[in-house]
Design a protein around this ligand. Structure first.
Ligand code: CBY
Length: 434
């Protein structure tokens, strides 16, 4: 073959190699942005008064997709400033990691807060405390592997100190912390893929030095986690459940070297999520914020790319209208449900609540009926209320115990504050191990 023929061929070969280095991304097209509106409205209408971390998730999401709603952003940044100044010691490692990601995204003046308040050093300490807890408590972190992954991700993106060898030791795909019971947690696996991909990239760029075997192991872990994520793909394209799909998409965007094109139909997943949006599935700010970046082709690894902060969606307006609460004449009617608390024994109650009530309303009503048997405590999380104890029996991360919510014997995929109960339903809170 003559030289002149070889050149274009070489070019073609090189060109065909480049895409495998890039991410495979499918995203909502501009003419379909309107279908994202319910997410933006939910994020906008939330009342960020308690200084919980849902404001952090919302800010991170808006920054990543490049939405220029200065009013909302200012409100959120004030919330975060309050957390940073007043109650940083009470913030968990993953919440702090999210704060760093949200403040660090885009070239904005608030980035200075990260350095003024030494947030990276503080995250290093919180991450260290997680590791120490694992060493003292049978491999159980203070929080969970979703948050540990966020920690590694933030330390990696913002040049904090972390030990690559520790990451390799703790993030083996067989680690029990990727599972709740026998169920692989797609959210957790996805966040770990993002963190490990960041670590892998800094090793390859030579930003962080380590021996060859660490790099090799990290690649093996990513591959295995990606396989586990893909094996949770449902027929309709969702991965795990509705609420883990956005994060799974992010993980798959950055790891396309590790699976075959035919293994995942991104467009199908995207279409199903859009349908779920139209059915009102993402009705709390946190769930809306978590799904949005993936739908616009963004991942948490884009946080320190300046380009991620301006987009065609920049001027996509967010309406400030209050949520429309439909009060149909029949909506004041009552329904009755069976509620039970299961420890070893099962305690039953028949509870009557107004139509449209959520799980928490049922628990409150039962508590009023019998405080000894149905008394409970809860705490606010970015996901809404989380049940911490029933009958004085407390959930514990060190023991991997929690109060599981079920309906008709099946675990729910929403918390007590958002799950709307139905007439005749069999609801249960069960003392469980994960
Ligand atoms: N975020 C976190 O630290 C949480 C990480 C997470 C993997 C999270 C899901 C995923 C996410 N994207 O944030 C997670 N849940 C964890 C780790 C846990 C455990 C918490 C204890 C610990 N070790 O940190 C635990 C106990 C296993 C758990 N989740 C329990 C529950 C149930 C809560 C019941 C209660 N006591 O109030 C519940 C309701 C499941 C059940 N049937 O009992 C539950 N989780 C659900 C439904 C969810 C989803 C919420 C979806 C929604 N619509 O609100 C979830 C997104 C999430 C939050 N859990 Co957990 C998973 C999903 O369905 N895809 C970091 C922080 C900074 O925000």
């Amino acid at each position: 073959m003559k030289q002149s023929h070889q050149l274009p061929l070489m070019g073609l070969l090189l060109f065909s190699l480049i895409p495998s280095q890039l991410c495979e991304i499918c995203e909502v097209s501009e003419e379909n942005y309107i279908r994202l509106k319910p997410l933006l409205n939910t994020m906008n209408q939330s009342k960020y008064t308690r200084g919980t971390s849902s404001s952090v998730n919302v800010l991170l999401s808006l920054q990543l997709v490049g939405i220029q709603n200065q009013n909302l952003k200012q409100k959120l940044i004030q919330q975060i400033e309050y957390i940073v100044k007043r109650r940083l010691s009470q913030v968990s490692s993953g919440e702090l990691a999210l704060i760093i990601l949200a403040l660090g995204a885009c070239r904005n003046p608030d980035k200075n807060l990260i350095y003024d308040y030494h947030l990276i050093d503080k995250l290093e300490n919180k991450f260290q405390a997680e590791i120490e807890n694992m060493e003292a408590h049978n491999g159980n972190p203070l929080t969970n592997y979703y948050q540990l992954s966020l920690d590694v991700l933030a330390l990696c993106l913002f040049n904090g100190n972390y030990s690559t060898t520790k990451v390799v030791n703790y993030f083996t795909p067989e680690n029990k912390n990727y599972y709740f019971g026998s169920q692989f947690s797609v959210d957790t696996g996805a966040m770990a893929v993002l963190a490990l991909t960041c670590v892998k990239r800094s090793l390859i760029n030579g930003q962080v030095k380590t021996d060859e075997s660490n790099l090799k192991n990290i690649s093996i872990y990513i591959k295995s986690l990606v396989e586990k994520i893909l094996s949770e793909k449902k027929e309709n394209g969702l991965i795990g459940n509705t609420f883990s799909t956005g994060e799974a998409m992010q993980a798959l965007f950055v790891s396309s070297d590790y699976y075959h094109e035919n293994d995942w139909n991104c467009q199908q997943t995207l279409n199903t999520v859009l349908t779920e949006i139209s059915q009102g599935a993402f009705s709390t700010p946190n769930v809306a914020a978590q799904v949005l970046p993936a739908l616009m082709g963004k991942t948490f690894l884009d946080v320190n790319k300046d380009s991620s902060c301006v987009s065609a969606a920049g001027n996509f307006s967010i309406s400030t209208q209050e949520p429309i609460t439909v009060t149909t004449p029949g909506s004041q009617s009552s329904i009755s449900v069976n509620y039970s608390v299961r420890i070893n024994e099962t305690y039953f109650a028949n509870v009557t609540v107004p139509n449209g009530s959520v799980f928490l309303d049922v628990m409150k009503k039962a508590q009023e009926m019998n405080d000894t048997i149905f008394g409970f405590t809860m705490e606010e999380s970015s996901w809404g209320p989380y049940i911490t104890s029933v009958q004085g029996l407390w959930a514990s991360n060190n023991d991997r115990t929690y109060w599981e919510l079920l309906s008709g014997g099946k675990p729910l995929s929403q918390g007590v504050g958002s799950y709307v109960v139905h007439d005749g339903e069999n609801l249960e809170v069960r003392w469980s191990k994960y």
